[in-house]
Design a protein around this ligand. Sequence first.
Ligand code: TRP
Length: 340
Amino acid sequence: MSTNTKKRILTGVRPTGPLHLGHYVGALENWLKLQDEYECFFLISDYQALGDHLGETDRIRNSVIEVTLDWLSVGLNPEKCSFVIQSYVPEHAELFMLLSMFVPISLVDRNPTLKAEIIQQKKSDVSLGFYNYPVSQAADILLPQADLVPVGEDQLPHIELTREIVRKFNKVYGEVFKEPKALVGRVPRLIGTDGGAKASKSLNNCIYLSDSAEEVAKKVKSMYTDPTRIRATDPGHIEGNVVFSYLDAFDTETSELNKLKKEYQAGKVGDVAIKERLTKVLNNFLEPIRQKREYFKAHPEEVRSALLNGTARAKKIAEETMLRVREAMKIAHYEDLLNK
Ligand code: TRP
């Protein structure tokens, strides 16, 4: 396991469904490298999932397991990093409540990611819990005293908020926290299979890491390409073309891909050919992940110990942090007054 000299990382995911290719390029690919260099905590934020999935306990519970399988299947190694189930560490809730005291409502009001999510999901009756999730995320980050937070670019405002909370906390109660920094992945945002700005499970426009070869082929077939192109002999456009966006993210044969792009622009290859290539590229990429998934499905005891060991490590650090926070804020500290 890691030594204390390593810098610490925390990042997480809401367990509301299986992970998709957008998660891979925007996050997991980055995490895989980080697990060797840093002491990593990967949080499955089941509390946070309640914010917009209230009552969907089965979905959240199943997703906790699906996400864990996805993580193990892509190669996150629970011997090197800690998988954490948020609700087994109720210190998250305590710190979240305390940190919310440091945040002016106007600051949350201006959070662009939160605003976009509320519009996208057509929420008319957003719960206070959902509205407050950026603050709960600050608690997630500060509880293990993370130095770095690898996230997709849509999460950057939440990291900024965390830094503001740290400054304010330290100013009011003395130096307890340090300001974490964000780390953004290689392809920060993968567009949806429908050409939408973002691949997202709620928009139903993504390819899952657990999709079968047939499902992948079907989804690629339905992808948008170049709407201005009527015949395969018309010159094609690369920009805004969903198939090429995915090829750019996953095709490692760059020179062949560049050749294909030139041919497409010259009207020498059609949509069928580029889609066939993408299907092959994606299935080659996903096949080893599928195989590992099968392995872990057949070894539930390994999944269980990954979750429980990681959570126990996080819980210990969370308890230490909360002792410092309560001490600094002088809460749960009345013995001196009572024992006069
Ligand atoms: N909001 C993130 C997501 O939807 C998950 C998350 C929870 C997170 N807590 C976090 C990310 C703390 C970074 C840091 O995927």
